[in-house]
Design a protein around this ligand. Sequence first.
Ligand code: ZN
Length: 420
Amino acid sequence: MSVVSHRNTCRLCDSSNVELVVNLKPIPLSENYSTDRSVALSAARFPVDVYMCADCGHVQHLDVIDPKVLWDSYTYYSGEAKGMPEHFQQVSENILRKCEPPPGSLVVDIGSNDGSLLKPFKHAGFRVLGVDPATEAARRANEADIPTFQSLMTADLARGIGEEHGPAHVVCAFNVFAHADDLGEMVDCVRTMLHPDGLFFFEAQYLLDILDGVLIATIFHEHMSHHSVTPLTKFLDRHGLELIAAERARVQHGSLIGVVQLKGGRRPVEASVNSLLALEADRRLGEVQTLRDFNTRVGQLREKTAGLVAKLKKEGAQIAGYGAARSGPTLIAQLGLAGAIDYIVDDHPQKVGKFETGDGILVVPTAHLYERMPDYTIILAWVHANKIIDANQEYLKRGGRFVVLCPETRVVSKDGDVKI
Ligand SMILES: [Zn+2]
């Protein structure tokens, strides 16, 4: 397989009736930093265009990056992401309340990263197993005593886990349900591992939140699917599974948590499923035109933002970016910020002193915000915009200004907010 391959069929229903609905600029692989600026600048870019299946309504990417390339050098760790350990603690409590697994039963997390979600289960006395292809994340998990297979989830591995550890009362896919190209294989693995009385829990960014919040920052190669409930119910049914609850959560600016049992399981389907199905019908989420309207809004946001930045540069402004985040290269490419940002401030030890791949922007410590007092600082770590602004009131007091990008571009200064 070359680095990227283009599929011609829907990831959920195999229909070839797929339409390009959101045109985006190709971007480099998100999490790469280089010590050599020319290497960073010459990084290959790959498409992130968004397609919709006209048959089942699933919204997805069809340009698939070889998972080995995508995950080998992956440097995102759930345990380090702000707010995630607390989120996972809460999630594990909700899961235990809902599933009521017998003491000591097995909990499997697919895409377990550094084991952050499994830790609270382990502390509660359950047997835990992680599966994750990212080398360093899996190493960290094993080091923290969360047994983890460094592997993609495959049918062989699912069978092997069943034979060695018995059926799982809880299977989770919290980090990866949007990440898998072959989602059919993933849910077949879930079916293989699940105890007849067990439950499968997944979390993924919710399509409706992406549209409402113009969350283009979350559209990058890892996110191959932008899920909604309507196509998922049919997909799960075809794979011998049944969605029994679907709830919206606020993490990552809006996600969907699904609860799934084996088809014909003892639990009733909760009202939450029908209420989201009704909401999606009401908002015409399954219609191609809805996504085309989103494409138009993205174009308008790009025009305004690129216009603002071009004007500021012309006036001689020094512009920083805040946060060497996964969303950075996406926002830079989609909103026309390339060439405008002089440096990115971030304290991540593996990123400081390196160049962001694609645009070759140097990452420097956040102290530079005060030492160099850039006129404007564009928040690239969009999820944490409010926290970043709260923590840097001194920068504002001294005359600095923040630029917040989604859902609309606004400039925050000591005198207040101005929408562009
Ligand atoms: Zn489809």
